[in-house]
Ligand binder design. Structure first.
Ligand SMILES: [Zn+2]
Length: 209
């Protein structure tokens, strides 16, 4: 699978600890919590801060908007977002040209510090990006800090290639870890839905890795 900067240590490892010669098969999984699709918690950038257990389970089930930002060349700016009339309480999945690549792209499109500050001030509920990090090359991780300071849910490593822009019902299913700053997650979209919530059940795709 694609891992951040193609680092070997980020690759999941499956170790068979019991095989059929023991009459039963058991496998051990070694997995970096930031590998694949995952949720970030405030403890990721605020030492000693809350882990994924601090996220209310109810926050994992919500309507969301997939925004088409595939025309953004390098980083998502506040101006790029203004075109989408984002409202307080929105949960946003940002689809960029990152979605066209199966391999790790070192110059992936990311969320600029000013765009993150804008979303944090606006009071969105969550932000997801189709890259293994929401930012790169921004000293001291201002995008993470702006959003996580307000406990805005962060999803990284989304797979949105086959997901058109629109409104969906989002289901996030992270591993239940305690005192840990991130958790691998399956992320599902149901839809296309609409803002009135009358079309919640027709499956349209799964952005999960
Ligand atoms: Zn992360």
């Amino acid at each position: 699978m694609t891992v951040y900067k193609n680092k070997t240590e980020k690759q999941p490892v499956l170790q068979v600890v019991k095989d059929e010669t023991k009459g039963i098969v058991e496998t051990r999984l070694y997995l970096d919590t930031h590998t694949g699709t995952h949720v970030d918690a405030p403890g990721h950038v605020f030492p000693g801060g809350p882990g994924v257990e601090s996220i209310e389970p109810a926050d994992f089930f919500t309507f969301c908007r997939v925004l088409d930002l595939t025309g953004v060349p390098e980083k998502i700016s506040r101006r790029d977002l203004l075109a989408h009339a984002i409202q307080p309480g929105d949960f946003l999945l940002l689809k960029t040209k990152n979605s066209w690549h199966e391999n790790f792209v070192f110059d992936f499109v990311y969320l600029s510090a000013e765009a993150a500050a804008y979303l944090a001030d606006l009071g969105v509920c969550g932000v997801g990006l189709d890259a293994l990090g929401i930012e790169r090359d921004q000293p001291c991780y201002p995008a993470h800090r702006a959003l996580l300071a307000k406990k805005i849910l962060l999803l990284e490593g989304l797979r949105l290639k086959d997901v058109p822009a629109g409104v969906y019902f989002l289901i996030v299913a992270p591993l239940k870890l305690t005192g840990v700053e991130a958790a691998p997650a399956r992320v599902f979209l149901l839809g296309p839905g609409n803002p009135t919530g009358t079309n919640r059940t027709s499956p349209a795709g799964e952005p999960s890795a």
